[in-house]
Every structure is written in C-alpha cells, then in structure tokens.
Design a binder for this molecule. Structure first.
Ligand SMILES: *Cc1c(COP(=O)(O)O)cnc(C)c1O
Ligand SMILES: [Zn+2]
Length: 446
C-alpha cells in the first residue's frame, strides 16, 4: 500500500515539504510544521483492517514491526526504508491498573501508562526512533549531516545519545548545568556523546541549539522537529489497543515543552478520522506551578500566551518557561475539551509518596500529573467511574535522589506525608526481633 506524508505549516500555509528535507519552520509565516498524512490513501484500509494489522504485529520479532512505533509505520513515517530504521524495540509499555491508589482516591477505573519502561527510561524514545531513523535515511541519500543536536532537560538528550550511538551518528547535547538528575547526566556521557553543560536554564539551551542548527550541517532533534511528534502519538494508538478499542474518559499528561500533549491529541484525532475510535477522551495538561505558562494562559481562556521565567522545580524535565509547541498544544486542548491544572512542589512530591506506597515507582513529573488528578477528582471534574489514564513519562529510577530526600523529609517546600527511613541496628537477634515486633504493631492497616 502506498502512503504519503509531508511537512506542512500548522497555520495551513500551502507549501508542502518532503520529510527528508531539513526544515523546521514554515518559510512563509515562521510557524512550526507538522507531518501531514494522505488520509484518503490510509482510508483505503478499513478500521478493522488497521486494528488487525496492529494486533498481528504487536511485540513480534519481524523487523522493524515489533516496535510499537514501527508497527504503525504507515501512520507514522512511511517514507523511511526499513534498513535505515534505528530502533530499540519501542513502546509496548505496561498499562498499570492502579487499583489500590484509585480506591484511596475514589477513582474506580484508574490506570498508569508506564511510558518510562523504555530503553532510555522515558517516553522520549518513541519520537527519537523516528527522528534518528530519518537522519540515517538522509545520510544514506548523501545529505551532509555532520551531527544531530538537542537541548534537553535530561530525557531528550539521553534518548538522542542512545539512538545515535546505536546508529553510529555523532550527536551533541546541551544541558542546563545542575538541573538534571545524575542518571540523566551520565546517559549521554556513557554513550560517548559530546555533552555541553551550560550555565543557563533549558530555555537558554534551546536558544543556543537553535542558533547552532541554523547551519544545516547540524540537525535539530528537539520536538519543534515534528518527526518526534509522529512517534510519540503512538502512545494513543497503544492505549486504544490495550483497552481493546475502548476510549478512555480522561488522559492526564505532564507538560513542559508541550510536544507530548500535542502528540497524544494527534494520535487520537487520527484514529477518529480512520474510524478506529468513535469519540475523543478529555485531555488534561498538568504543569508544575513553578513553570506554568500554559496554565496562566488557560486561566484567561487561551486569549493570550506569555512565556514565563521558569523557577526551580523538582519536576526538572518540565522546568520550561517558553514552550516551543505552545500553539500546537492550545489547538489540541481546544479540540479535546481540555483542562490545564497545576501542582505545587508539596503536592507533586506527596502524590509520588502516596502512589509509591501502592507499588508504583513514580518520577516527579508523573507526580505532577497525579497531583492534578487528585485535585480534579476532589472537585468532581473527574468522576469515580471515569476511566482515567495518567501518562507516566519517566522511570522513577532516574530520580532516586528525589525519592531519597523525600523520604528523609529533606526537600525544600515539601512536608513529606510518607517519610520512611531504614533502621540501623547492630546484628543482634534479640534486638532485631524486638524491633520488628514493635514496628509491626505500630502499623495501621489501610
Ligand atoms: C520531556 C518530558 C516531559 C514533558 O514533555 P513535553 O513534550 O516537553 O511537554 C514530561 N516528563 C518527562 C519525564 C519528560 O522527559
Ligand atoms: Zn505558515
């Protein structure tokens, strides 16, 4: 089957540009581009045929379709050759039924989409596989791309580094100094990627990398490059697959640069267009109060948008004051009866504490989404019977320093509701037995 896709301006300017052209913005109006698919071609397959095809490929071994991104290749990036695909077997991440947490919050149908169960520990792999594959394709066609570069709050750089290392393509990452976790810093280093730690914040790194990539020999890997959005939109495809075609009621997404909320919306719209689903869920974008420009804009009905100076937050991957994909995100939220809500440091940290007590292992950004969910449930916006999905964006193991300090009650502006410390004892059997009995009788059953 022949499928065509191209870059086109999100404001609807007429120009179309091939996906293997190095272009990030509309030459006519400077807006971001998006990948547009020839839907008439795609509609030649029925909804049932698409569903059967995805089911047949799901987590199998035929290259590259076992990856849950490339299983949807026709709907994602049809023009890349299979031998140029750079994949680490993306997606197929667990949908965790949060029964015990949901019970505590009076939500009876609560699920956590564990996007952090990925090769580099965050959902960024989903988009990076598409982008780096296209780079490999362009290099094989003889285009002069010397390196791929990105600015990052930690997870984009980890993903770019790993995929470029797999494909033997040089990469450069720009990180804000002291604003990413130790694990995130070590990821590009261990892959041997040029790592620049700059004395600025993410927004400053973003400006620096855009200036570098204005020379076309260095290809930009940030999500303003809409190839990434195509991969990330498979989160929605996968959710529908995992629920056997049923559409959830509410999907909550932590938002920083606002690419992911746009991507998830795009996935649902595309499935609706193809007849795979018959309605859309409500989307909620969750922001940290300390980096909340979209929340402020939502409060004035999206009339205006003003970038802010992002303040230091535990949710470091969304510490962004001037989000690149803001226009895409606002358009998406308007189409999905969207909500934007925010969470304080205290709220996000305790939401993680509560969730982890029920067997999850959440990162601070997932904490922002969980805290926002708690607020919307308390306000009656999310009803007890609503099927609610929280997008968990990164693996909690990337943020052990945060967890250590949370349980030690050692985080600024956080009053830890679930403190916990290891007991340090001599190896004395009687004392051990006595202490354990005391501790067990102190515990209140929940
Ligand atoms: C990138 C990232 C986000 C934010 O996604 P955007 O597309 O920038 O809004 C949230 N959480 C984690 C862990 C991330 O790495
Ligand atoms: Zn335009």
């Amino acid at each position: 089957m022949k499928c065509e896709a191209w870059f086109q301006c999100i404001k609807g300017c007429a120009g179309r540009y091939p996906l293997n052209q190095i272009i990030y913005r509309c030459p006519d109006c400077n807006s971001l581009l998006e990948v547009t698919h020839d839907m008439d071609q795609l509609k030649q397959r029925s909804a049932q045929e698409w569903k059967d095809l995805f089911k047949e490929r799901y987590r199998k071994n035929e290259w590259p379709y076992g990856s849950s991104v490339w299983a949807k290749k026709e709907l994602v990036c049809p023009s890349v050759d299979n031998e140029n695909i750079v994949s680490t077997y993306e997606g197929g991440t667990n949908l965790f039924w949060a029964e015990r947490l949901g019970h505590q919050l009076n939500l009876n149908d609560l699920w956590i989409k564990q996007c952090g169960m990925a090769h580099t520990g965050s959902f960024k792999d989903l988009g990076m596989t598409v982008l780096v594959s296209m780079v490999k394709q362009m290099r094989s066609e003889g285009k002069n791309i010397r390196a791929v570069a990105c600015a990052s709050t930690g997870d984009t750089s980890a993903a770019l580094a790993a995929y470029c290392a797999v494909a033997d393509i040089p990469a450069i990452v720009f990180l804000p100094r002291n604003k990413v976790s130790l694990t995130q810093l070590i990821q590009p280093i261990t892959h041997g990627v040029l790592t620049l730690s700059l004395d600025t914040d993410f927004d400053g790194c973003m400006k620096a990398v855009q200036a570098l990539c204005a020379e076309n020999e260095i290809y930009l890997a940030n999500s303003m490059n809409s190839l990434r959005i195509e991969g990330q939109k498979t989160i929605s495809f996968e959710l529908i697959q995992q629920f056997d075609g049923e559409v959830p009621d509410v999907v909550i997404i932590p938002g920083g640069n606002l690419g992911n909320v746009s991507a998830i919306g795009k996935g649902f719209k595309m499935m609706q267009d193809l007849g795979i689903i018959d309605r859309l869920p409500r989307l909620v974008c969750a922001q940290a109060e300390r980096a909340n420009p979209l929340y402020l804009s939502y409060k004035n009905g999206f009339e205006e948008f003003h970038p802010v100076q992002a303040k230091t937050t535990l949710a470091s991957a969304i510490q962004i004051g001037d989000p690149v994909s803001v226009n895409k995100a606002i358009r998406t939220l308007k189409e999905f009866d969207g909500i934007v809500e925010q969470a304080t440091e205290n709220e996000l940290a305790n939401a993680v504490g509560r969730a982890n007590r029920t067997g999850l292992l959440c990162c601070p950004h997932t904490g922002v989404a969980l805290a926002v969910m708690e607020k919307l449930a308390a306000r009656g916006v999310i009803k007890p019977k609503d099927r609610t999905i929280v997008i968990s964006t990164a693996n909690g193991l990337k943020f052990t320093d945060f967890l250590l300090r949370y349980h030690a009650g050692d985080l600024a502006d956080v009053n830890s509701e679930f403190p916990f410390q290891p007991l340090e004892l001599p190896a004395d059997h009687d004392l051990i037995r006595k202490t354990i009995h005391e501790k067990l009788s102190e515990q209140i059953p929940s």
